[in-house]
Design a protein around this ligand. Sequence first.
Ligand code: FE2
Ligand code: FE2
Length: 313
Amino acid sequence: MKFLKHKKNNVLAIADTHLPFDVDDYIDFLRDVQKEFKCKKVVHIGDFIDNHGINFHGSNPDGRSPGDELKLVRQRASKYFKAFPDTKVCKGNHDELPYRKAYAHGLSKQMIKTYNEFLNAPDGWQWDLRWEIDGVQYLHGTGFSGKNAALSAAERHRQSTVIGHVHSYAGIQYSATFRDLIFGMNVGCGLDNDKYAFEYGKYFPNKPIVSCGVIVEGKYPFLLPMDLGTHIKNIRDENEDTKEKHSTIAKHFVDLTKAELKMILDKLGITYRVKERRDELIKMAAYYSIDENKAPKYGGEAEKKQWWKMIIK
Ligand SMILES: [Fe+2]
Ligand SMILES: [Fe+2]
């Protein structure tokens, strides 16, 4: 496969950066990938900016004001503009927030600045809902969700498709018929889950996957996960240390009824089908490190309820 690296028209697909909450070294990682794969074309898959301060769902009261957030966005964005002066951006649902707000309050487009104007972006940055390069379409992925989001988007259009948007899944899937072979690739994201804008995600067992994509000749997709170094190592170490504790916690859940499990999942805002996800719930309880010493010994309904409270708090 050595020849793949010598093609001149490879596309670098940058994942959701949610500025100013991107991973600090993500841009260096992107530069390395671009160089290694000789990517002459660059697509940003969308959610370039987060717009946390003007979110429809409310913002972190301990976070920055929308004005201060935008100042920081401009600072961080300038590095992307310098590194990738010609970039096609798929408009993401977070990018669109200022325009959706304006629309909701009856403001004409003529009164609103363009993306490039309010971000001080170079003319080489172009924004649209969809791009097509070498027969592959690039979409943000709004409206698709879950593990199979990218393949669903590809099959919907019967065209190889690259998306982002679904942060906690990344990967490539193929679909073949008698007539064609297409792929769907979810390029993950470039956001830093420890930043305050992502407080809402701390209860979710699936964490964001920091990665990017490369597409060669419109045929060969590659997903490149970023090495997060010690962060990854720490997660592994923690799992080793708490292995015994996890198995003890798991024992406390084996007698929960489906309805009880469902209640916990609902409280956590997760809509799994309970029967298939019992293992995930057990892992989730372990992940939130319920202190085994404080936990009641399993006995009856009252004890079970105490467990739920400890998980849900
Ligand atoms: Fe996103
Ligand atoms: Fe999105």
